[in-house]
Design a protein around this ligand. Structure first.
Ligand code: FE2
Ligand code: FE2
Length: 138
């Protein structure tokens, strides 16, 4: 599956961007998979959810490590929780039903992740970079 990742999605934080590339790759797999089989589609959806939840934990640990201000951290966590609540429902739906709605779901997830998640994460990446001017070259 060809990746639809592009540099405009980058936050500039190496760990975050590496994981976001993984998220985008799994989104691509989800879109491609529904054409082949329901089993593959369900697996792709569950893989995407698992990977994304692991990624959220990594960011939440990173925020603690860099002592990200509490209000900004709370905003990020609230944002992650919103996705988790939505994603749980969808996974249950697809486990028990059919895969017909997978394309609109993939489109929704793509927008949510690339616009909102990556956008909120860019604030964190910028904040970290502003405190480590020597490592950014800026
Ligand atoms: Fe993220
Ligand atoms: Fe995030």
């Amino acid at each position: 599956v060809e990746s639809s990742w592009d540099e405009s999605m980058a936050t500039g934080n190496e760990m975050i961007d590496e994981q976001h590339q993984g998220v985008v790759k799994l989104l691509d797999e989800l879109r491609a998979s529904h054409l082949s089989s329901e089993a593959r589609g369900r697996r792709a959806l569950e893989d995407l959810m698992d990977f994304t939840l692991t990624h959220f934990v990594a960011e939440e640990v990173l925020m603690e490590q860099v002592a990200y201000p509490a209000d900004r951290a709370a905003h990020m966590i609230e944002h992650h929780n919103e996705f988790k609540a939505y994603a749980r429902l969808r996974v249950i739906e697809f486990r028990t039903g059919n895969m017909a709605a997978v394309l609109p779901l993939a489109a929704y997830l793509h927008d949510w992740l690339t616009v909102h998640e990556f956008g909120v994460d860019r604030l964190l990446a910028d904040w970290i970079r502003a405190r480590q001017p020597s490592s950014s070259g800026a």
